[in-house]
Write a protein that binds this ligand. Structure first.
Ligand code: XMP
Length: 334
């Protein structure tokens, strides 16, 4: 009979056999559940011969980059390099108006450039280390539903998942440098990945973390992404999530975030009329992320969040709650 403990032992043995005594593995981490669990499993199997890279694209949540670094290195012992590429991303995003797909494409291709450059550095260092061999493997935190989805969605109709992780990211690296894929989570569903994470000693908050898209806050700032707009969306999001946690609702919600709308409205603040921006809050419940219902907060909760955001986030004078199910809405706003 199948248990998670047996799965861990078997998978660690399989990874060791595959990679060999000296083999090295490279992988991207985001701070999300899947990449963290996959990274921790690699670390258990081959220690520092697994190299994790976190690319800071300037569009992560408030304080998230620091937190992820702390958790992965200090608590989980993972060999992690953080690349701060936020200027590159934020400078490049300027001037993209009204074109969500262009944002995604720019972020996706810039990510690959940055990741590839870092991988080359790590490879050069690794070549010179007498203890270890060449980097031959690339880790991917692909889950079973990703495998299914990428098969069933192939075809001309589909840009639904430009983000899709399966085979997407490393294609150029795989062909160019002959890296082979290693996908330890490829037979697991999300709840099983969480269970595996617990088994590996990953903290509860991380195991239960809501999904966060690769392009991050850039697709939650509608319209042009600038440093100022990202700062506003981040602060509002931080307050919303903080209140959700305080109310004990985090684990009942599948995904929640604040988005910054590209419009201004009039408000009164103190004794002055102001003309400022609008934050939209979104929280959904779903099992498969293909369809979703909105989460039903009580009014006191929503009012509290609204008041805090207007008081604490400069440039915002109005907060709305998004009542759109998926479909017709997507979970993200762009
Ligand atoms: P949508 O917005 O398509 O989102 O209803 C479904 C789920 O996918 C996530 N998502 C992404 N994840 N890169 C990712 O890694 C992306 O570009 C991306 N776009 C959407 C979204 O957060 C939700 O969980």
């Amino acid at each position: 009979n199948w248990t998670m403990a047996k799965f861990v032992d078997k998978e660690i043995a399989r990874i060791r056999a595959l990679v060999g005594e000296k083999g090295q593995v490279l992988g991207a981490v985001s701070g999300g559940v899947d990449s963290t669990v996959a990274a921790k499993l690699m670390h258990e199997a081959i220690g520092d011969r697994f190299h994790a890279v976190l690319v800071d694209n300037g569009c992560m949540r408030l304080y998230e980059c620091e937190q992820v670094k702390e958790t992965l290195t200090k608590h989980l012992g993972i060999n992690l390099t953080v690349v701060d590429a936020s200027d590159l991303f934020l400078d490049g995003l300027k001037g993209i108006h009204d074109n969500p797909e262009a944002k995604r494409k720019f972020i996706g291709s810039t990510f690959i450039d940055v990741f590839e450059a870092e991988a080359l550095k790590i490879e050069n260092e690794a070549e010179n280390s007498p203890k270890a061999g060449r980097i031959e493997w690339f880790l991917q935190g692909t889950l079973y539903p990703d495998v299914i989805e990428s098969i069933s969605f192939k075809g001309p109709s589909q840009t639904i998942k430009t983000h899709h992780n399966v085979g997407g990211l490393p294609e150029r690296m795989m062909n160019g440098q002959g890296l082979k894929l290693i996908e330890p989570l490829r037979e697991l569903f999300k709840d099983e990945v969480r269970e595996l994470g617990r088994q590996l000693g990953i903290p509860h908050d991380l195991v239960m973390r809501h999904p966060f898209p690769g392009p991050g806050i850039a697709i939650r700032v509608l319209g042009e992404v600038t440093r100022e707009q990202v700062a506003i969306a981040r602060k509002a999001d931080y307050i919303f999530i903080e209140e959700i946690r305080k109310a004990g609702l985090y684990d009942q919600i599948s995904q929640a975030f604040a988005a910054l709308l590209p419009v201004k409205a009039v408000g009164v603040m103190g004794d002055k009329r102001v003309h400022q921006q609008v934050i939209s809050l979104r929280a959904v419940q779903t099992t498969d992320f293909m369809t979703a219902n909105i989460f039903r907060f009580d009014w006191d909760f929503l009012e509290r969040v609204s008041t805090r955001i207007c008081n604490e986030v400069d440039g915002v004078c109005r907060v709305v709650y998004d009542l759109t199910t998926k479909p017709p809405g997507t979970i993200e706003m762009e």
